[in-house]
Write a protein that binds this ligand. Structure first.
Ligand code: SAH
Ligand code: SF4
Length: 358
């Protein structure tokens, strides 16, 4: 959108301050139609209308609420379907889990996103627009997006440039104005990009999908670990902490009988004890693309307790729809895959707060 508008403004010698007004209208007033820009003269709005420039590159297809999460299905201009999730916490926080690719090429063995074939990277606009749609939705309840996690479809560090740009736009006071400390990018461990991210220059956070405490088991669960071995990953993490002073969140999905025993908890303590870290234990969410089992509740508790008593900061993230971990990382199951194969959906109005299906 921006490029088209910028060209139109140039062609018509529109002064620069109009771009600022436009940004304000889109990201602060959350307009859904250029007509609604109160600061623009009619002739300028008519010009934009005549040029037929869309306000967003994607369209909202549907949204579903389940408990405290709302899933948004969006369609890209070239017919792909992606999902974003809003998590409404008990306090004031409103977290959006964004996608950065259509499916994922990394192929972790336990992940539904990775089981579907990767289609393409999302653009910077496509990443930020996810937050825009959710912001419009929240406007109706006088609330705003406070936190962002890059934990939807895709591997952020295999599409680094748009991810970096979008993090900066989400943080920028001229755009979304979301505190850098409230933005978390999660990676399966693309080592060179961790070094790049350490240089991003704002206080955005890093999460590592660890899932196993040793080289052998990690490679079994996450083939990317052959390319970027655990030892190199931890070196990159140490660099990130040294450079930014920020602690890292380690995501560890407990899979029944695979990585959820005290033996692995001990190894995990050895790995993290001298590192500035926080462990998020996720409970494996079973799906048709993999043969793994959920962990037993007693094993989850024992694992957590072991880490805790050894001085590791740890949180159990609950299951489906209840927390970020339940809402993200499980995207692109059958339903979305079907949609990505299926017919083109009918155009809907821009989201106006009434489309939500219970
Ligand atoms: N590709 C990035 C961002 C996705 S984050 C990454 O892997 O870090 C989504 C999180 O949910 C990741 O930690 C992922 O490993 C985890 N996850 C994937 N499938 C899951 C499942 N079936 N149950 C629980 N967590 C899962
Ligand atoms: Fe991709 Fe992350 Fe799923 Fe691995 S866990 S396949 S990196 S989305």
């Amino acid at each position: 959108m921006n490029e088209q508008i910028e060209n139109l403004f140039k062609e018509n010698n529109v002064p620069k301050f109009r771009l600022k007004q436009l940004q304000h209208a889109i990201y602060k007033d959350l307009i859904t139609d250029f007509e609604q820009i109160t600061t623009f003269p009619k002739w300028l709005k008519d010009k934009i209308k005549a040029a037929n420039i869309p306000l967003t590159t994607m369209e909202l297809i549907e949204s579903h609420r389940s408990g405290n999460t709302v899933k948004f299905v969006l369609k890209t201009h070239d017919g792909h379907f992606i999902e974003s999730v809003l998590i409404e916490h008990k306090d004031e926080r409103k977290t959006v889990c964004v996608s950065c690719q259509v499916f994922c090429a990394v192929g972790c063995k336990f992940c539904a996103t990775g089981a579907n074939s990767y289609k393409r990277n999302l653009t910077t606009d496509e990443i930020t627009e996810q937050v825009l749609f959710v912001s419009r939705y929240l406007k109706h309840q006088d609330a705003r997006v406070t936190n962002i996690v890059y934990m939807g479809m895709g591997e952020p560090f295999l599409t680094y440039k748009p991810v970096e740009e979008s993090v900066k736009l989400l943080n920028s006071p001229d755009y979304f104005n979301i505190g850098a400390r409230h933005i978390v990018v999660s990676t399966s461990g693309i080592v060179p990009r961790i070094y790049d991210y350490a240089e991003i220059g704002i206080q955005a956070k890093l999460a590592i999908s660890l899932h196993a405490p040793n080289q052998k088991l990690r490679s079994e669960l996450m083939p990317i670990n052959d390319r970027y071995p655990l030892a190199d990953l931890m070196k990159a993490c140490d660099y990130f902490v040294e450079k930014t002073g920020k602690r890292i969140s380690y995501e560890y999905v407990l899979i029944g009988g695979i990585n959820d025993q005290i033996e692995q908890a001990k190894e995990l303590v050895d790995l993290l004890i001298d590192r500035k870290s926080h462990v998020n234990l996720l409970v494996y969410n079973p799906h048709e693309f993999a043969d793994y089992k959920m962990p037993l509740e007693k094993d989850v508790i024992a694992f957590r307790n072991y880490l805790q008593t050894r001085g590791i900061e740890v949180t159990i993230r609950k299951s489906m729809g209840d927390d970020i971990s339940g809402a993200c990382g499980q995207l692109s199951g059958k339903q979305l895959e079907e949609k990505n194969k299926g017919p083109v959906f009918a155009q809907k109005e821009y989201f106006d707060g009434d489309l939500e299906k219970k």
